[in-house]
Design a binder for this molecule. Structure first.
Ligand code: FDA
Length: 390
């Protein structure tokens, strides 16, 4: 039996940060993970260059049953704190778009940096360690494949359900339930959406075609690129909207964002141009123009549109309603929406209100960020805060 002040479960983004934060306060920390490799999600993130934070992080870029919950942690450890850490380690980075910061070279540099921060905090790390049970008396007692460990505090950083093939498990949710904490409804988020059979047939030839759009679902509205795939729609605008989408709802897509279709049509009134060529001239891929117009019941030339049809077409271009069949699931989702109910946690410390010493951080908590570095920032902020209090 070994005793630690703090045990951190899950050596991913939030767990590494929490372990380093607690260790550097002088706490004796053990970091456990069942995986072989450290922080696989950081490694594969951002196409191998990790979109590690966003310059524009603010609480309203996060979904949660309590949208204010993330406020305190994000203020206690900001994107600028993380950027300062990255700069201290001399890791070159750049802003790609919309405030998204990526490593110039490799996401491995972020993992190495966090590993070094853990070493500075004297953290003991055990990989390939399965946790068999967790009990709480005066202390937490963990039975694992490498023996029994006890601790005063336990930080759960086991992440969400996405990409089960690299080690995602529902462990953190089950542990929360074991200690009487509620878990909100879980769903894949930042995930491609799939077509019903008729749309799949209509857009079958469009795989790889993309367009600048504004996609809306629920309260989410995002102006970015959408991409047609062989199964449905993806691309940043769709991934973002997917986090707000619920099964059975339609997605509304403005296919000409920032422009007035009515004014463009009026300017071309009487034109001999085919409608598909007209759309191609204003920036649409020709194949998309043909398939989309056919599906909406339009053919022929611009001059053939009567005023009512022109109004209807303009409306359809700005408010195309697509009814997805579903999502591509956790295999393709970047994150899990929902998690440990924030009602049960202190937003200032991340500790369970009813279970002193038990903390939940990162994606396992019901806080889901937008695409673009927001989820890692939540992992850094919540991990840091728990490490300061555990
Ligand atoms: P994370 O998943 O990082 O870590 C959880 C750890 O717990 C893992 O090491 C796992 O092995 C371990 N674990 C799980 N169950 C366990 C058990 N039963 N016992 C022991 N250990 C267990 N975000 C972003 O901001 N920018 C980006 O560029 C990307 N890119 C990206 C790409 C892809 C393909 C995916 C899937 C996700 C992203 N994300 C992202 C999201 C981001 O990776 C994610 O939100 C964070 O990694 C969450 O950090 P956590 O530490 O909470 O979980």
């Amino acid at each position: 039996m070994e005793f630690y002040d703090v045990i951190v479960l899950g050596a991913g983004a939030a767990g590494l940060m929490a372990a380093a934060s607690a260790g550097q306060r002088g706490r004796r920390v053990l970091l456990l993970d069942h995986a072989t490799k450290l922080a696989e999600k950081i490694r594969i993130s951002g196409g191998g260059r990790s979109n590690f934070t966003n310059l524009n992080v603010r609480p309203d870029c996060y979904l949660s049953a309590n949208p204010h919950f993330c406020r305190s942690a994000l203020a206690q450890y900001t994107q600028h704190d993380f950027i300062a850490l990255v700069e201290r380690y001399g890791i070159p980075y750049h802003e790609k778009t919309l405030g998204q910061l990526f490593c110039d070279d490799s996401s491995q540099q972020i993992i190495d940096m966090l590993d070094a921060e853990c070493r500075l905090g004297g953290v003991t790390r055990l990989m390939q360690t399965a946790v068999e049970s967790v009990e709480k008396g005066d202390r937490f007692k963990l039975s694992t494949s490498r023996g029994v460990f006890e601790s005063e505090s336990l930080i759960v950083a086991t992440g969400g359900l996405s990409i089960p093939q690299i080690g995602a498990t529902p462990f953190g949710y089950r542990l929360a339930e074991q200690f009487g904490l509620a878990v909100t409804e879980l769903a894949p988020a930042l995930v491609p959406l799939t077509f019903h059979a008729d749309d799949a047939a209509r857009f079958a030839a469009l795989s790889g075609v993309s367009l600048d759009v504004e996609a809306s679902a629920g309260k989410g509205r995002f102006r970015e690129m959408a991409l047609f795939t062989h199964k449905g729609v993806s691309g940043p605008a769709i991934l973002q909207a997917s986090s707000y989408w619920r099964p059975g709802e339609t997605l509304t897509i403005d296919m000409l964002p920032g422009q007035s279709a009515a004014a463009l049509l009026e300017a071309s009134a009487g034109s001999e141009q085919k409608l598909s060529n007209w759309l191609a001239d204003i920036g649409w891929p020709k194949r998309l123009a043909e398939a989309w117009l056919e599906g909406e019941g339009y053919a022929g030339r611009v001059k053939d549109l009567n005023p009512k049809q022109a109004t209807r077409l303009a409306e359809a271009l700005h408010r195309w309603r697509l009814l997805p069949n579903g999502t591509q699931g956790y295999k393709k989702a970047e994150v899990t929406r929902g998690g440990v109910d924030t009602e049960a946690l202190s937003s200032k410390t991340m500790m369970a209100k009813a279970v002193p010493g038990l903390f939940f951080v990162g994606e396992v908590v019901d806080v889901t960020g937008w695409l673009g570095g927001y989820n890692f920032q939540w992992a850094w902020s919540s991990g840091f805060v728990a490490g300061q209090h555990a």
